[in-house]
Design a protein around this ligand. Structure first.
Ligand SMILES: Nc1ncnc2c1ncn2[C@@H]1O[C@H](COP(=O)(O)OP(=O)(O)OP(=O)(O)O)[C@@H](O)[C@H]1O
Ligand SMILES: [Mg+2]
Length: 315
């Protein structure tokens, strides 16, 4: 394998006259985490399905693990693992039985298969629930089992389509740690997400997908430099207090109607203290104080001039 695990150039896909992928270029280094960030309907799952040979495409080229996605389908498939957006576990089977299915599919020998299953169950903290039906599992347990099933064949390149959507913060963190462990072992991860924070936490590079086009690509730092930072939102009891605050807080943006003032901020303790000290110094009372860090919507507004929710409303 070359140092590129996944490459794509000018990938296009349309359903009748609806263009879903409009010329996607990708270059994913082996052993890295690459995150495709985008809102509902951006084309994330379509991209994953094309790269994993599950879906044909209309134009462009793509190589995964050095193999051509269009012509070397079998070789691509044997080099990758895919955990889809919707868990593919069989609810009627137990966790162990689901894993056994994958072991059988990949023709692992009896002993090797048993060791692999036990190891994965324990790694994903599912040993206790192993004999219970997957139908009784929580969303987080199901996603973990799904990923464990993907890992049976020890793929070097793994596609994870929105692995943490719908998970509570604790399960999300568990999933993040698993991804980090996989990368530490040298696995390449292609991960789609709707969460800027997730991409920021995990990815070496992020591509922002908007209605089938990449509107930005780079390291999390490069990306964040292109978007407005977070801000502090202050609400006042009166217009005179708001005016007073505007005068002493440079760069702040007031909304006289709601008596709210937005002050650019990195959200750090030091800058918070400076801000509060300044308000205190001028005896300005604040009714409400909220810190907001940039989210996907801020990214989209900055990069595309429209909200990430535009597509959902339009369709
Ligand atoms: N079989 C299909 N026929 C027609 N349109 C489709 C088909 N599959 C997907 N689409 C459209 O393609 C666009 C991209 O869909 P896709 O599932 O790739 O988005 P996504 O980024 O994965 O969204 P989500 O975050 O909701 O999973 C959507 O507008 C969707 O309606
Ligand atoms: Mg999707």
């Amino acid at each position: 394998m070359t140092s590129a695990a996944i490459t794509a150039s000018g990938l296009k896909k349309a359903y009748k006259d609806k263009v879903v992928l409009d010329g996607i270029d990708l270059d994913v280094r082996a052993g890295s985490v690459y995150s495709l960030l985008g809102p509902n309907g951006a084309g994330k799952t379509t991209t994953v399905n094309v790269l994993t040979t599950l879906l044909s495409f209309d134009a462009g080229t793509a190589r995964v693990a050095g193999y051509d996605v269009a012509t070397e389908t079998k070789k691509v498939r044997s080099s990758i693992g895919v955990t889809g957006q919707f868990a593919s576990v069989d609810e009627l089977l137990s966790g162990r039985e689901n894993l056994q299915l994958m072991v059988d599919l990949h023709h692992l020998t009896g002993k090797e298969g048993r060791t692999t299953i036990d190891h994965l169950l324990s790694r994903f903290d599912l040993t206790e629930a192993a004999e219970k039906r997957a139908a009784t599992y929580s969303g987080g347990m199901r996603r973990k089992l799904d990923l464990a099933m993907t890992l049976v064949s020890r793929p070097r390149i793994i596609f994870l389509d929105e692995p943490t959507t719908g998970l509570d913060p604790r399960s999300r963190r568990t999933m993040w740690n698993i991804v980090r462990e996989l990368v530490a072992d040298g696995t390449t991860i292609f991960l789609t997400t709707q969460y800027l924070e997730e991409a920021d936490q995990l990815a070496d590079r992020i591509a922002v997908l908007d209605q089938g086009r990449l509107v930005a690509e780079g390291t999390p730092e490069q990306l964040k430099r292109q978007i407005p930072g977070g801000h502090v939102q202050l609400r006042f009891a009166s217009a005179s207090q708001l005016d007073a605050a505007v005068r002493v807080l440079p760069g702040s943006a007031p909304d006289p109607e709601s008596l709210i003032l937005r002050v650019p901020s990195d959200g750090g303790v030091k800058s918070m203290r400076t801000l509060l000290d300044r308000l205190d110094e001028y005896a300005i009372d604040v009714e409400e104080f909220t810190v907001r860090m940039p989210d996907l919507d801020d990214v989209f507004l900055a990069l595309t001039g429209h909200s990430s929710k535009t597509e959902a409303i339009a369709s």
